[in-house]
Design a protein around this ligand. Structure first.
Ligand code: KIV
Ligand code: ZN
Length: 513
């Protein structure tokens, strides 16, 4: 079987999802998981976009040793310099440069002629080749471009040294049969196409990103650009898990394979959801909570007799039933450190000490601690910004007749404070009291609760999104008690807002944390 190159852009296009933003530690952690997942390339960011993006790409390039690390750049020397500066320490660096090729973009956005676009593409690729022999060129809005012009641009880019040429359906407009036909056309009318890998990059505006990518691969493209959970600009990108499992499950029909370790799909999906705060819809293929749940009696009966009656994939193939029971309250520091290592965390002694203490507190409340609980603990304790506010104590009274009342003790810049307040429900009472004590002027934009793992005693994981003027911060908190988890998430969001206020030199892109 021929192999398809899986180019992951969760950290770049994925981060362009409305509402998604990750800090540097979170990005690094995700890159480590992507390497474990076995993707061929990690597009780590767009270094010219902001200082934060530059730094994240640099950190990832230094850490990741077995996977290509890619930096995005517009077709300009300044962008390419920044991209190279950020990615140059990678074991396998790649520069990805792009320019739009559709007449709409040329006329209204770039105000350039076709000749000028070809010249810019050639100059950019040639310039990038001075730094590395691994250069990708993308024709933005390729699917809406004049086909003959598209082939001309690709031919010129390959002659200039591009080793990959990528055809994006930037606005998610293509239909699968049409996209397949376009790929065949490009293969037939770009004379030097055999000297480069032909790649596809699809967006999901019409819900067709995976179908279009699959159609493109079947027509001869050999690289697919994807994101975990399909996150990305607007309606998102091709979902990694859907594409990879489609190729795997129907391998005899499609005849294409990947290097992805499918058992790492579920952990990767959870991590992306946790760090971006973007919840996976329950009926999402492969990684949704219901993807392997059988509700109808006839289905349950069939699956019990032979799972192939209603299941086309085994849950364990996507990492759902790997041994999840990991630790309990009798587990020692050594076992805890070993588990963290298995999950890919390399912590300092100080970090480990703090985390072990929190683990013991949680183990006192829950009988079994599973991998997801540890992921959440790490997210809460390690990927955190410095605390302006700390939760010391929370007591909430609510019920069918009681007026929901919260009593809260906080440490505010190290000093103890206490207050009480009411609300329409227990979460509202807790938030009102915390808001009064901290004097915050932020607005709650979003509130969501998720179960970290299965079971009645599962931890609730709460995500909040807060806005104060032009600053937006995500807050996350987990606890077996969802009111406590909500208070922790709210306080985490307030701490992130404080951090943003204290760092006014951050660029506009970085002012969302
Ligand atoms: O969608 C798009 O066109 C892109 C390019 C930068 C590849 O993301
Ligand atoms: Zn894109």
């Amino acid at each position: 079987m021929e192999r398809v190159i899986i180019f992951d852009t969760t950290l770049r296009d994925g981060e362009q999802s409305p509402g998604a933003s990750m800090n540097q530690a979170e990005k690094l952690r995700l890159a480590i998981q992507l390497e474990k997942l076995g993707v061929d390339a990690i597009e780590a960011g767009f270094p010219a976009a902001s200082k934060g993006d530059f730094e994240a790409v640099r950190l990832i390039a230094e850490k990741i040793r077995n996977t290509e690390v890619v930096a995005l750049a517009r077709a300009s020397k300044e962008d390419i310099n920044r991209a190279w500066e950020a990615v140059k320490k990678a074991a396998h660096p790649k520069i990805h440069t792009f320019i739009a090729t559709s007449d709409i973009h040329l006329e209204h956005k770039l105000k350039m002629t076709r000749e000028q676009v070809i010249e810019s593409a050639v100059d950019a690729v040639r310039y990038a080749r001075k730094f590395t022999d691994n250069v990708e060129f993308s024709a933005e809005d390729g699917s809406r471009s004049d086909r003959n012009f598209l082939c001309q641009v690709f031919e010129a880019a390959i002659d200039a040294g591009a080793t990959t040429v990528n055809l994006p359906d930037t606005v998610g407009y293509a239909m699968p049969d049409e996209f397949a036909e376009l790929i065949s056309f490009v293969r037939d009318h770009t004379p030097n196409i055999h000297r480069a890998v032909l790649s596809v990059h699809c967006h999901n505006d019409l819900g067709l990103a995976v179908a279009n990518t699959l159609a493109g691969l079947r027509a001869g493209a050999r690289q697919a650009e994807v994101t975990v959970n399909g996150i990305g600009e607007r309606a998102g990108n091709t979902s990694l898990e859907e594409l990879v499992m489609g190729l795997y499950t129907r391998r005899e029909h499609v005849g294409l394979t990947t290097r992805v370790n499918t058992e790492e799909i579920h952990p990767a999906s959870r991590l992306v959801s946790m760090v971006t705060g973007i919840v996976v819809q329950p009926n999402k293929a492969i990684v949704g909570a219901n993807a392997f749940a059988h509700e109808a009696g006839i289905h349950q009966d069939g699956v019990l007799k032979n799972r192939m009656t209603y299941e086309i994939m085994e849950p364990k193939t996507v990492g759902l039933s790997r041994s999840r029971l990991v630790l309990g309250k009798h587990s020692g520091r050594h076992a805890f450190r070993q588990k963290l290592g298995e999950l890919g965390y390399d912590l300092t002694k100080k970090e480990l000490d703090g985390l072990f203490e929190k683990f013991k507190e949680l183990a006192d409340k829950r009988k079994e601690i599973v991998d997801e609980d540890i992921e959440v603990l790490v997210a809460e304790e390690i990927f955190r910004v410095p605390d302006t506010y700390e939760l010391d104590y929370l007591n909430v009274v609510s019920g069918t007749v009681a007026v929901p009342t919260a009593t809260v003790k906080l440490k505010i810049r190290g000093k103890e404070a206490q207050n009480a307040g009411f609300g329409v429900g227990p979460v509202d009472a807790a938030f009102n009291t915390i808001a009064k004590m901290t004097g915050t002027r932020s607005r709650l934009l979003r509130f969501s609760v998720n179960s970290v793992s299965g079971g009645m005693d599962a931890q609730g994981e709460v995500t909040v999104r807060l806005q104060e003027n032009d600053l937006i911060a995500l807050g996350k908190g987990a606890d077996p008690d969802i009111i406590t988890a909500s208070a922790k998430a709210y306080i985490n969001g307030l701490n992130r807002l404080e951090y943003l206020k204290k760092n006014p030199s951050l660029s506009p892109e970085e002012r969302t944390l």
